[in-house]
Design a protein around this ligand. Structure first.
Ligand SMILES: C[S@@+](CC[C@H](N)C(=O)[O-])C[C@H]1O[C@@H](n2cnc3c(N)ncnc32)[C@H](O)[C@@H]1O
Length: 252
């Protein structure tokens, strides 16, 4: 699916978010708070739009994704960025490689998001940071209703006009509705071994930016074979992430 939308991915994003993605991305970079010379993993980096601010600031950013279509568009656009094919659930990196890790609008698409959280913990150095930007649940009921209408009715209709693969945007709307809310994702992070978990709502909760830290003690999380993720990538043609519809949400 991502291979299909890759050529117009960034333009369509700007249209459908009414320009909000730029502001959301700025908040993520601020939350990462990384410096030149540090090494950053941008997971599910797609065409590398989320990686660009780090590269521009002299940070050693690795843009990792399993869609070769997205990676090709990214490499053509930004040959200076290191694009690496890798599956979020079996990252092709050694333990404790990165000073900080981030994933923007990608965790929801990963088939086993909890595994991805554990893998990011494994490859991040002790004391290193994680920042996640993901669509979430608007907190004010009226705003939530208006947003749901936009997602389920307007967005697919606009996508028919601007995207080569409008079905991908029907999937987008459904996957956002099925995704856990802010507190639930925070609980997943803690379960995976991350600590100091906080989040900030953007655009009234349409997007949430979660921030967490890897414990400063001895390396946490299960060690896995760093080479294992690189192999199956070229063959990824499987169905889109199964929707997680049965998640219970805490009372507000
Ligand atoms: C909506 S795009 C986000 C791209 C980029 N981070 C951004 O902010 O524009 C989601 C990306 O997640 C990637 N993705 C989904 N599941 C993945 C997995 N298991 N491993 C690596 N990448 C994955 C897709 O290929 C796609 O490029």
């Amino acid at each position: 699916m991502f291979d299909d939308v890759a050529p117009k991915y960034d333009v369509v994003n700007d249209v459908l978010s009414m320009g909000q993605t730029r502001r959301w991305r700025r908040v993520v970079v601020e939350a990462m708070d990384v410096k030149a010379g540090q090494r950053v993993l941008d997971l599910a980096a797609g065409t590398g739009t989320s990686s660009e601010p780090y590269a521009d600031a002299g940070i050693d950013v690795i843009a990792c994704d399993f869609s070769l279509g997205m990676l090709k568009v990214g490499k053509r656009r930004r040959p200076d960025i290191d694009f690496i094919a890798g599956d979020a659930t079996r990252l092709p990196f050694a333990d404790n490689t990165f000073d900080a890790s981030t994933i923007s609008f990608g965790l929801r698409n990963v088939n086993e998001p909890k595994k991805a959280l554990a893998e990011m913990l494994r490859v991040t150095k002790a004391g290193g940071r994680l920042v996640i930007a993901e669509f979430s649940q608007p907190v004010v009921p009226l705003w939530r209703t208006m947003y749901t209408e936009y997602l389920m009715r307007a967005l697919p209709a606009i996508a028919v006009k601007v995207s080569s693969n409008p079905d991908a945007y029907v999937y987008l709307a459904e996957s956002i509705r099925a995704w856990p809310d802010q507190d639930h994702l925070a609980a997943w992070l803690q379960e995976a071994g991350w600590e100091s978990v906080t989040y900030r709502n953007l655009s009234g909760g349409i997007v949430a930016v979660h921030r967490a830290q890897k414990p400063a003690g001895p390396a946490a999380g299960p060690a896995t074979d760093p080479a294992s993720g690189a192999k199956a990538l070229a063959n990824h043609t499987g169905p889109v992430a199964k929707l997680r519809r049965n998640i219970t949400r805490p009372e507000r």
